[in-house]
Design a protein around this ligand. Structure first.
Ligand SMILES: [Zn+2]
Length: 69
């Protein structure tokens, strides 16, 4: 059984300065080095995808800038 940790994180586009909030959750498993992270909800004009369960790649829809959370 693995509980899911939920947290939010403010993000800001380094290019145009748009601000948003990521609502994320991840498996809370003490034996896993790389918790499986998922983005549940995004506030702001951003899209995201999770690469190999660790880093969250964020794309700003307004200016197409890519950055990593
Ligand atoms: Zn932007």
């Amino acid at each position: 059984m693995a509980a899911r940790d939920r947290f939010t994180s403010g993000i800001e586009c380094p290019n145009c300065g748009q601000k948003g909030v990521l609502h994320m959750s991840e498996d809370d498993h003490p034996y896993m080095r790389n918790p499986h992270r998922e983005v549940d909800e995004i506030e702001g004009e951003f899209t995201t995808f999770v690469s190999k369960g660790v880093d969250v790649a964020v794309t700003c829809i307004k200016c197409n800038a890519n950055f990593a959370y």
